[in-house]
Design a protein around this ligand. Structure first.
Ligand code: ADP
Length: 359
């Protein structure tokens, strides 16, 4: 019953619309020394755990690594790796060059790509994909991370003032019920009432993919990191039409402050406004537009379901405190403190973690 037997699921993979997330479980106890399979595995293990970058576009998020965690009675470390799904061809080549095809392995996989790339995995690297539903995997992964990592869940203190708001630990050991908002390329909203009791209640196609796509179009940037950097330096009020641009101040009767966005991108019909706006402003406005729309949908879902905890996950939130603070603010402000926005450290990796547990 070696961990490295061909049936043991030691990789969990979530092949999404934009990013492929790979979780690798490295057992604490040493693998058997002698047979040929063990040698190849040792080489792969060394390659995965000793590097932080793979090929041109693969990255290991070493800050997320979880040590001494247990999966199916084995203790070990979980390593978190991602690469763009568009680079699947190079990934398979790399896996092949490391000897993967010499082993007959089963990989637990989820996400649309588990279907789309199934044949390639089999022919290129001799890998069988054991497929799981992505929402089942997502929830399993979240519950696992919460119980195995004390500092997994957090919220923003002083959310009502974005300049003062800061991360604080949240005790999520009694999670149910909660709304789960997964912001990937697109967005799914689930109501979760128990470990297996959940439903998908809503979604929107205006998600992380939309932010990145529009940002590339509007600013000429090429990566998510660049888009976020630009957004950090920009000012959306140069792009949006605010309540005060229309009213000259607050719309008092309905309690709408002048600083509120009345119309996203609403100034961009005027050519002089277009002239004076920077790439940074456009990036910031795109980020704020997409984030606020997701916040609004999340809040409506929470109200409808009468659930007060809203958990946001997905790689859209990666290196993106602007959106997290904005979501925290929006939940707090519009619900008069009755809703709470929560976040999880392993933001985009829960589906991949979950497949390891469903197997
Ligand atoms: P999916 O499963 O649909 O690929 P993810 O949860 O992985 O969804 O999130 C994808 C989104 O994360 C992108 O649309 C983008 O907004 C954001 N993102 C974060 N980091 C990156 C990156 N390095 N490359 C591309 N998109 C990224």
């Amino acid at each position: 019953n070696s961990l490295y037997s061909s049936s043991m699921p030691w990789f969990g993979m979530d092949i999404g619309g934009t990013l492929t997330k790979l979780v690798y479980f490295e057992p604490n106890d040493d693998e058997p020394e002698d047979d040929k399979e063990a040698k190849v595995l040792r080489k792969i293990r060394h390659y995965l755990t000793k590097n932080a970058a793979y090929g041109k576009t693969g990255h290991r998020d070493s800050h997320l690594q979880l040590d001494n965690v247990e999966i199916r009675d084995k203790k070990g470390s979980l390593h978190f790796i991602r690469f763009p799904t568009a680079e699947m061809g190079s990934f398979l080549q790399l896996a092949r060059s490391k000897g993967m095809a010499k082993l007959l392995t089963t990989v637990c996989a989820t996400g649309g790509g588990a279907f789309k790339f199934e044949e390639e995995f089999r022919t290129e690297v001799n890998m069988q994909l054991q497929k799981f539903d992505e929402l089942d995997a997502l929830i399993k992964g979240i519950l696992y991370a919460e119980t195995h990592n004390r500092t997994e869940c957090y919220y923003y203190e002083n959310a009502s003032d974005i300049n003062l708001s800061k991360k604080a630990r949240f005790d999520f050991s009694q999670p149910y019920p909660f709304i789960l908002v997964n912001v990937g390329s697109g967005v799914s909203v689930l109501a979760v009432r128990g470990p297996t009791d959940y439903k998908r209640i809503s979604g929107t196609s205006l998600g992380g993919g939309t932010f990145l796509g529009l940002c590339c179009l509007l600013t000429g940037c090429n990566t998510f990191e660049e888009a976020i950097q630009l957004a950090t330096k920009g000012d959306h009020t140069k792009v949006d039409k605010l309540v005060r641009d229309i009213y000259g101040g607050d719309y008092e009767r309905f309690g709408l402050p002048g600083s509120l966005v009345a119309s996203s991108f609403g100034q961009m019909n005027l050519s002089d406004r277009r002239q004076s706006v920077s790439r940074e402003d456009l990036a910031n406005a795109t980020l704020v537009t997409i984030t606020n729309n997701i916040g609004l949908i999340a809040r409506m879902c929470a109200l409808n379901e009468k659930i007060d905890k809203v958990v946001f996950v997905g790689n859209f939130l990666r290196v993106n405190p602007i959106s997290m603070k904005l979501l925290a603010f929006a939940m707090d402000y519009w619900s008069k403190n009755s809703l709470k926005a929560l976040f999880l450290e392993h933001e985009g990796y829960f589906g991949a973690i979950g497949t390891l547990l469903l197997a």
